[in-house]
Design a protein around this ligand. Structure first.
Ligand code: GLN
Ligand code: ZN
Length: 776
């Protein structure tokens, strides 16, 4: 029986971030549409050739996108909300980018200008706002949410998928076009206007899918990869029926084309029967996230169903244990033809490890990026097709890398492991319950009612970014750089005093990114130079790699806090990133449970908290911006995650005295389903994002009688708008109706690093005035 290699999608951004440059230059009006499309075509060609060279037998097309593949699907089926003024016919680039980024007269702010460390919906005040963006399952990739209205129609409005297929064919490369399946497309969208069931739109949508499949068939495509990742989510019967209906319809309408139903990011679980009952010719399953489903799927799949086994992690950067994988699937490969593939699209991994010439050689030997992962698959296939001997040298090297990771003292630090293994309840318990602490904190801090503060960062101006870049390039000495940062910090402190804030912050001018800053100071992390992955559109991030046991060689933030506090008599908050957020925004080691890695980070942060307290810091904020986004895809797995996430947070926060006030910040808004966990974090103050929703979000806190203090954001920091005093007073009055006066803090929605001072100064001045009015 034969084993072939498939890939499900390749990073689009280009090894030298060519796509980013081309897009941004086009948006700025510095290059033409033709130039942009030329770059895109060159990238596609390079990606196809590269995958082929690495040994992929089945190569995708239409995985490339100028912005986002879900947006491409909306364009394909003509799901363009009315506000974009699309008049039918092909969705042109202007409309496409208007949906992606909004359209505005001044063209001054791109619609999505947030750095990655914010999980909010990135929108600006524009003439036509961008479509909503949200996270693609539990990855850090964001897609543009399709928007549907009741009874809407669909029409084939893009030929991209067909064009791309033909383009590859003309280059002599036969591809398997990728199409987001109709059920997932509908389920991922949102219903606009009066409530209705999105799946009711299926009969209107399917004819467009028929047309697309027909056109691909005519163009010569044998297979289409049809992605239905929602099959790994909790589905109800209606959704399962929709799958049955959709695939019967596709199969009947275009019997000539073979469908490769593709699932990833988890196991099929209770949707397995549904998936196996669909009239498709191939099925891809994720065996990295859900290795346990292999036997079940193999046992129950029709003998003629071609199985694609996702054995290489498409979401992480570690070399695979090739010998183990080969041993595991050899018995299956004896009985049926199979395909081996990455667990999901390689979109979520960096492109090529070879470019990391400065990476520590030992660590580098443990890694594999997209290109290397395809080579790993080729080795697996060759071993199974032609015997181990045919790839002996490669397998030996792979085994050696696996062994070296298991044994390396760079990774394994017994002291750290021992500390993290402690189960003493005192480690997660503050000295007294909240009411006692609240009293102690009132005595110590003597804050007014409605205390005002900010979330931490102040504008990262051009000067700040330039100084950092020049320091990195050694054009600016460390001494001069530090002096510059001190000046910035001092003037931020002086301004905060003048404007009348109660609890000050140092401004985070020294931080490039709220996770990277800490990663660079902790041991167990490495950083790359070129390992970018797409966050959304032209925004890419370079997540830190947590490769080993995490510890804190020295204090990380103490200097800056001390310096800032030395400039003022008012309390300055210590500002830390929490363990769950550091974990969720990094590539995490896969040789131990994530919970363990998180616990190790928690102890490191705990030490920092205690150092701050010892130095006299009375208010410490531990940001957990990414706690919610780490929620598992299936509800049954939520509690376990929340338990260890909350426990890690409590480890960081529990070593302090009653009078030390612990804050946390979360920049999102849906708390209803995790409010118990939020309460269990047992913080003294939490700040959340509420400005846009007009305090609706506070509902969860009222409902659950949230015990401690809350700062519901009154300033939407994702907009350049300066909110008025009246507006913020109104928001606070609304908040006052939901939680008691004594509980309320006054602050913006999130950090201010993406804003400029001309906006921040008047906005914060208004915020302080609003608080004064509320105090009466
Ligand atoms: N303290 C961080 C800041 O103000 C918090 C950012 C965030 O939660 N995304 O920038
Ligand atoms: Zn935030």
């Amino acid at each position: 029986m034969t084993v072939r290699v498939a890939t499900l999608g390749f990073p689009r951004i280009g090894g030298r971030r060519e796509l980013k440059k081309a897009l941004e230059s086009f948006w700025a009006g510095n290059s033409s549409e033709a130039e942009l499309l030329e770059t895109a075509a060159a990238l596609r060609k390079e990606n196809w050739t590269r995958q082929k060279e690495q040994g992929a037998d089945i190569i995708p097309s239409n995985d490339f996108s100028l912005y986002d593949h879900v947006l491409d699907t909306s364009a394909l089926v003509g799901a363009v909300p009315e506000i974009y003024g699309h008049k039918g016919g092909k969705v042109d680039l202007t409309t496409y980018f208007a949906m992606a980024r909004g359209r505005q007269v001044s063209g001054e702010h791109p619609a999505h200008d947030q750095s990655h460390d914010c999980s909010c919906q990135h929108q600006h005040a524009t003439d036509v706002p961008a479509a909503e963006m949200t996270k693609w399952f539990d990855t850090n990739y964001h897609f543009l949410v399709p928007e549907f209205k009741a009874g809407q129609s669909f029409r084939l409005s893009s030929t991209k998928i067909i064009d791309d297929y033909k383009e590859a064919k003309a280059q002599g490369i036969e591809t398997r076009p990728v199409l987001l399946g109709p059920v997932s497309f509908l389920l991922l969208g949102k219903a606009h206007g009066a409530a209705f069931n999105k799946l009711d739109l299926l009969p209107a949508l399917l004819p467009v899918y028929h047309e697309v499949l027909q056109a691909l068939h005519q163009a010569g495509a044998e297979w289409v990869q049809i992605d239905e990742p929602t099959l790994v989510l909790d589905l109800d019967d209606a959704a399962r029926k929709a799958f049955a209906h959709a695939y019967q319809s596709l199969n009947k309408a275009v019997p000539g084309i073979k469908l490769f139903l593709t699932t990833y990011f988890g196991g099929l679980g209770d949707n397995l029967e549904t998936a196996l009952s669909l009239p498709v010719q191939g099925l891809h399953i994720d065996l990295v996230r859900a290795p346990q489903q292999l036997n079940d799927v193999v046992a129950k799949a029709r003998p003629d169903l071609l199985l694609s086994l996702g054995v290489i992690d498409g979401r992480n950067i570690w070399k695979a244990d090739l010998s183990k994988i080969i041993a595991q699937i050899a018995p299956i490969a004896e009985k049926r033809d199979i395909i081996v593939a990455p667990s999901c699209s390689l979109l979520h991994t960096p492109i090529d490890l070879e470019r990391e010439t400065q990476l520590d050689a030992e660590v580098k030997n443990w890694l594999a990026f997209a290109v290397q992962k395809i080579a790993e698959l080729a080795t697996i296939a060759k071993a199974l097709n032609q015997g181990h001997e045919s790839v002996k040298a490669i397998l030996d090297a792979s085994d050696a890398a696996v062994q070296s990771r298991k044994a390396s003292t760079r990774i394994h630090n017994q002291e750290v492991k021992k500390r993290a293994a402690q189960k003493d309840a005192k480690l997660t318990q503050r000295q007294s319950p909240f009411p006692t602490r609240q009293k102690a904190q009132e005595d110590a801090l003597k804050l007014p009612l409605f205390p005002t503060t900010t979330i931490g960062s102040f504008p990262q101006t051009k000067e700040v970014r330039q100084a950092r870049a020049r320091h990195a390039k050694k054009e600016l000495s460390t001494q001069d750089y530090v002096a510059f940062l001190k000046k910035e910090t001092e003037s931020a402190i002086k301004w905060q005093e003048e404007v009348g804030l109660d609890v000050l912050v140092h401004g985070e001018f020294e931080r490039n990114d709220m996770v990277q800053y800490f990663g660079e100071k902790l041991s167990g992390f490495v950083f790359t130079k070129h390992a970018w992955v797409q966050s959304y559109g032209s925004r890419y991030v370079r997540p830190p790699i947590i490769f080993g046991d995490v510890s804190r060689p020295a204090a990380m933030t103490l200097d800056w806090w001390q310096y800032a506090q030395s400039c003022s008599k008012k309390p300055v908050k210590g500002m830390l990133t929490g363990p769950v957020t550091i974990l969720n925004w990094s590539f995490v080691r896969d040789d131990q449970p994530r919970s363990e890695t998180c616990r190790q980070i928690a102890f490191a942060i705990r030490d920092e908290v205690q150092d701050l307290e010892k130095a006299g810091c009375g208010v410490i904020q531990i940001d957990e911006a990414a706690l919610r986004e780490g929620l598992p895809l299936r509800r049954k797995d939520w509690q376990h995650y929340l338990d260890w996430a909350v426990e890690s947070f409590r480890i960081t926060a529990s070593g302090v005295q009653d009078k030390t006030q612990i804050h946390t910040h979360m920049c999102y808004s849906e708390f209803n389903d995790i409010i118990e966990a939020i309460a269990a974090m047992d913080t003294d103050v939490i700040s959340i994002e509420t400005a846009r929703s007009k305090m609706e979000l506070l509902e969860a806190f009222t409902h659950h009688k949230y015990p401690s203090e809350i700062g519901p954001g009154v300033y939407d920091i994702h907009s350049p708008r300066v909110p008025s005093v009246e507006e913020m007073v109104e928001l606070l009055r609304a908040a006052e109706k939901k939680v008691s006066r004594r509980q309320l803090w006054v602050n913006p929605d999130c950090g201010l690093k993406t804003r400029n001072w001309a906006e921040v100064r008047p906005a914060i001045a208004n915020m302080v005035k609003a608080a004064e009015i509320l105090r009466g």
